[in-house]
Design a protein around this ligand. Structure first.
Ligand code: CO8
Length: 258
């Protein structure tokens, strides 16, 4: 891999998008490598993923503008569908994904952060969907996820105005969960990932599925989804371990993802 680094620390996988000379902008090669890296994550062993960018200036400064500049209408559709396919894969990955946003998260960078379950950012992070200033719309899910994550009005202000917001504003509107000094961002993301990984993996995965799928349907349908995923946890070794530990007043728990 030229542009993607993948490391494993315990139960946590850390993906670093690494194209620092262009502020980690996404070319088709970067996207292909990201796609292949996601496919290669060992879902039996890894319980949480972190996605971050190389360096202290930029998470991802968008899709590569040079590469997009000569696209035809048909190629634009294909480019958008391909990015969306990969980002949707991240969004629907069985395990939680944390975006550790270490600087610029613009265009496709904001969009990749939004397909993660949780966004944590550095104090110097900046978010925006500058596409209309480039003569295009957001194309990797920006119009869809920003409106759902913050509010339609706030998303419209950001997208139509192509403005860039700082970390404190992103926190205020709910685009990120927390803001950290840059040197503390990755340690904080790893700490949360470890906390998640210490819990029963099947229960965490089913919770992710229940939240994501429940948000896409009406409440009555969502209740059925939640009930099925709740029921699915029973009779697992980890349900017996979790409840057993409580009943035996035992602090240590050993969840085995079964
Ligand atoms: N694409 C290509 N190169 C980039 C990008 C990018 N998105 N962002 C930065 N770079 C490059 C610069 O060209 C520069 O390269 P070089 O040194 O060779 O000139 C290098 O990275 C460093 O950048 P700057 O010198 O500009 O650094 P500054 O600190 O002055 O500015 C900014 C940083 C503000 C982040 C600035 O680089 C910038 O505005 N970048 C573009 C941000 C942007 O508009 N992103 C949105 C792109 S469009 C998009 O993501 C659409 C996604 C969906 C597409 C679907 C299409 C169908």
């Amino acid at each position: 891999m030229e542009f993607i680094k993948y490391e494993v620390e315990g139960y946590v996988g850390i993906i670093t998008i690494s194209r620092p000379k262009a502020l980690n902008a996404l070319t088709s090669v970067v996207l292909r490598e990201l796609d292949e890296t996601i496919d290669a994550v060992d879902l039996d062993a890894i319980r949480c993923l972190i996605i971050t960018g190389e360096g202290e200036k930029s998470f991802v400064a968008g899709a590569d503008i040079g590469e997009q500049s000569t696209l035809t209408k048909e190629q634009g559709v294909a480019w958008g569908l391909n990015g969306n396919r990969i980002f949707r894969k991240i969004e629907t990955l069985p395990i939680p994904v944390i975006a550790a946003v270490n600087g610029f998260a613009l265009g496709g960078g904001c969009e990749i952060a939004m397909c993660c379950d949780i966004r944590m950012c550095s104090e110097n992070a900046k978010f925006g969907q500058p596409e209309v200033g480039l003569g295009i719309t957001p194309g990797f899910g920006g119009t869809l996820r920003l409106a759902r994550l913050v509010s339609p009005g706030m998303a419209k202000e950001m997208i139509y105005g192509a403005g860039i917001i700082k970390a404190d504003r992103a926190l205020q509107i709910g685009l990120v969960n927390s803001v950290h000094p840059i040197e503390e961002l990755l340690p904080a993301a790893k700490k949360l990932a470890a906390q998640i990984s210490a819990n029963a993996p099947i229960a965490v995965r089913n919770s992710k599925k229940a939240i994501n799928e429940g948000l896409e349907v009406g409440m009555d349908e969502a209740i059925k989804i939640e009930a099925a995923l709740f029921g699915d946890c029973f009779e697992t070794a980890d349900q017996k371990e979790g409840m057993g530990a409580f009943l035996e007043k035992r602090k240590e728990k050993n969840f085995i993802n079964k």
